[in-house]
Design a protein around this ligand. Structure first.
Ligand code: CO
Length: 136
């Protein structure tokens, strides 16, 4: 079972500007990283156990660029932290839940991530995220 909310992904046009905003709230960036596979630049901002994941597109064909074009900036996805993501995905697929990723891809922080299909999730883009051991 997922045990916690890992992070909340927020699509932004300008990562630096967004980071400055969160700094004004008294929060600090833990790490910034480019995730080539997703064509995004990411900043992680811890809030207690949960992180805010700010996402800026690095390319016009990034899903984040398309998301902002369609819907503007805002909450993009919710990530549930889980162990054994591979068996988790197999298990939920047998329950008729539609997946975007049938096998995990590499996310930021060396995590393994997979997205569920919004048709199965009441319109929320849900990510399963298996964090690397040293940062959970
Ligand atoms: Co994410």
């Amino acid at each position: 079972m997922p045990k916690k909310i890992s992070h909340i992904g927020i699509a932004v046009k300008d990562l630096n500007e967004a980071v400055e905003f969160y700094k004004k709230l008294g929060l600090e960036v833990e790490a910034t990283e480019i995730v080539e596979s997703q064509k995004v630049k990411v900043a992680f901002i811890p809030v207690g156990d949960v992180r805010i994941e700010l996402l800026e597109a690095t390319s016009e064909d990034s899903t984040i660029a398309k998301f902002i074009e369609k819907r503007g900036e805002g909450i993009h996805h919710l990530a549930l932290g889980t162990d054994n993501i591979v068996s988790k995905l197999k298990n939920i697929e047998t329950k008729g839940i539609k997946l975007i990723d049938k096998s995990p891809r590499k996310g930021a922080h060396n995590s393994k991530i997979a997205f569920l299909h919004p048709e199965s999730t009441q319109g929320v883009l849900l990510e399963l995220c298996e964090e690397t051991k040293n940062d959970s």
